[in-house]
Design a protein around this ligand. Sequence first.
Ligand code: NDP
Length: 352
Amino acid sequence: MTNIDRTKPVLVTGATGFVAGWLVKKLLEEGFTVHAAVRNPDKKEKLQHLDKIAASSPGSIKYFKADLLTDGAYFEAMQDCELVFHTASPFFLDVKDPQKELIEPAVNGTKNVLESVNKTPSVKRVVLTSSCAAIYSDADECAQYPNGELTEEIWNTTATLDHQAYSLSKTLAEKKAWEMNKSQDRWELVVINPSFVLGPFLNPAETTSESFSIMKQMGDGTYKMGAPRMGIGVIDVRDLAEAHFRAGTLPEANGRNIISAHNTDFFEMSQKLIPKFGDKYPLPKKVAPKWLIWIVGPIVNKGFTRKMVSKNIGHVWKANNTKSVKELGMKYRPLEETMVDTFQVLVDNKII
Ligand code: NDP
């Protein structure tokens, strides 16, 4: 149970990211001084949205240069902070060398950040952005649990370097964080486990998140022959920022927290776009059969392997978000609002 002093600075790692952008916005609006750790503070086009928000908010922002793979890189940025949000981690599905591109930055990066936390006496709480990917690899796993639901008690035991390597990176990184938290008693760890994140991109031209690529494909004609019934969960990035904020500032926040608003699938998600955008864009109007996705999936996205197709398409995805509602007081917005607002950003920025 930690009370955070709101006059102290707060560190956000990976501040250029899709998820972190909305968290930084929330912190600035709440009047915090944000220490924004970014890989390259000279790349102004990656920071312009944050500067703009800071200019019209009560809080302020200061940039620090830091890479996950450079030992001690985050030490300076966390000095005087009581609260550290560690969001930085690569999120791509199409990778050539998963060990180098995903596992090392995620796991060694988390270790690196927390080693600096161990050396920084002001830090009282760390909020780690993990993922539902640290709970499961494929939707077909849901059926084996009571009620067919994923819960905070479950850990991913199926991800490997060859199958769902991103999920492996998130699982190993979260495990490392708990191991380091348990070996000391000064700082608390609160973990956020989001499902698939959508919602308005604050800096669409510079967004690298897989969320962006998948949403773009929904509108660029990739699925015009139909969208798969691929079971996933969805959370709006604006609600996810609120969850991070509450995990950081509510004294009683604790443990792992599934942050997921909707148990859904690709086809259902796409249909939320039809009333507003169906006439103008090549949106999917029917369900794509599993055999078709099995054939074309790996061509569309190399990360979309045949094993992934068979274990996710046609399988119901379900997670239990009760802890987030009861303990963090989360209220989730409707799926339609998330889908329409995300798509609108792509339209307004002529991305589709
Ligand atoms: P983004 O790609 O938008 O953000 C990733 C961030 O990590 C960027 O700021 C990126 O910096 C930073 N980063 C990556 N590699 C390094 C490195 N070697 N050193 C320093 N920084 C690095 O993705 P998201 O916003 O979607 O993801 C943010 C977090 O949320 C991640 O931890 C991800 O696993 C998690 N998450 C995301 C979900 C989603 O659906 N989007 C679902 C569940 C969890 P740079 O801008 O310089 O590349």
